[in-house]
Design a protein around this ligand. Structure first.
Ligand code: ADP
Ligand code: ZN
Length: 365
């Protein structure tokens, strides 16, 4: 079948927790086939949000029609769902539905549903299997991979959670057709990030096919970029499940980007947009420190400048430095800052100073 020939399978090598990520257009219409090996007549739960269910209820209907004993559970459509109160509500609904340890949870949604769903699955009856079915690009290339699950506290985001791996991640890029463009385009930031830190071929695709990527009009190209992104994230997190070493590379663009995001109080900027600004600063620093050649710095800048970004609010350098100082990226008193010494090669630097960061802000003023 044509469908199968276009399916990318990315194995995630986590020993006894190994699983596959599958990427293919139309996969959502083939879920029954993909999930059948796990269907033993137990209760299944689809955790999702109303806006997603309104469009994609047929996905659940088709599983029911294929003999799955399946029930949707709906949580709020925004970040407020990542709260222990909703986790409790979902646990309780699952008890009422008769879910036991053999039940399987499908997280159908973006980062919010994936993080909450993973957390509920990690904790319900001490852990039940779950499957990520990401519906946003950010979840497809980033948050659904790596096993991080969490809820927020008033004191901060993601403060309570677990590392818990899914049984599978099933990615149908066709879900992106119903997302607002700004959500999709900003999330390409995470894909270009993998290009910068690990795989120059991803960077080159952004260089040569930027318009096609942003327009989502080449299915083969988009599937390939998503699959490559997943493979890089999976390789990095499998080598470093508990985030002591390599996983720090994923923070590229995020140290300063996170400061922008925080100072905008998560309102004005999407995560990916803040990271795009953060990558501009990180590349400036990489060049300024003599690591990244002028030619590579300019190539990188040309790609990053093609993303249309909302203007950054005026921020004082000292406020940015304060947020950076509060970040967890200090290890033994040293800032661990991700720089590039070539396109496609990120590394950790411990000698990026406050002055370097301040100098880099000229890049985004
Ligand atoms: P992200 O993964 O980008 O962080 P969220 O999980 O916060 O995104 O989801 C953003 C919003 O988009 C939510 O309101 C969610 O219900 C909605 N949403 C998610 N996926 C889709 C989709 N494929 N089509 C339409 N709306 C969606
Ligand atoms: Zn990110």
């Amino acid at each position: 079948m044509q469908f199968d020939s276009q399916l990318h399978r990315v194995p995630v090598d986590l020993g006894e927790h190994a699983y596959d990520i599958e990427v293919g257009y139309g996969l959502r219409n083939q879920l029954a086939e993909h999930l059948a090996p796990w269907n033993k007549g137990q209760q299944w739960v689809v955790l999702t949000q109303q806006a997603i269910f309104d469009i994609y209820a047929p996905v659940v209907d088709s599983l029911r029609a294929a003999g799955f004993n399946i029930h949707p559970i709906i949580v709020p459509g925004d970040e407020s769902a990542k709260n222990i109160r909703y986790a409790e509500q979902v646990w309780s609904e699952m008890v009422e539905l008769g879910c036991d340890r053999s039940s399987i949870l499908l997280a159908l949604g973006g980062g919010v549903v994936g993080d909450l769903g993973g957390f509920v699955a990690a904790t319900y009856m001490r852990g039940i299997p779950f499957v990520q079915i990401p519906t946003t690009l950010l979840a497809m290339v980033d948050s659904a991979i790596g096993g991080k699950t969490a809820v927020n506290l008033a004191a901060g985001k993601n403060l309570v959670g677990a590392i818990y791996q899914p049984k599978a991640v099933l990615i149908d890029p066709d879900f992106l057709a119903t997302l607002p463009r700004r959500n999709v385009i900003s999330s390409l930031a995470e894909a270009v990030k993998y290009g910068f830190i690990r795989d120059v071929s991803i960077f080159e695709t952004f260089e040569t096919r930027f318009d096609d990527l942003v327009a989502l009009n080449d299915e083969a190209l988009l599937s390939e970029i998503i699959a490559k992104s997943c493979a890089i994230k999976a390789a990095i997190v499998s080598a470093d499940q508990f985030e002591n070493g390599e996983r720090r590379l994923l923070n590229y663009g995020h140290t300063i980007g996170h400061a922008f995001e925080t100072l905008e109080a998560y309102q004005g900027l999407y995560h990916g947009e803040a990271v795009l600004y953060g990558m501009k600063c990180a590349n400036f620093i990489s060049h300024h420190k003599g690591l990244l050649s002028k030619a590579d710095y300019l190539r990188a800048k040309a790609v990053l400048d093609r993303f249309e970004l909302p203007p950054l609010s005026k921020m004082a350098a000292e406020d940015i430095l304060k947020v950076v100082a509060h970040d967890k990226k200090y290890i033994n008193g040293k800032l661990n800052f991700i720089v590039l010494d070539a396109l496609g090669n990120g590394l950790v630097s411990t000698d990026v100073t406050a002055d370097d960061i301040t100098a880099s802000l000229g890049e985004v003023a």
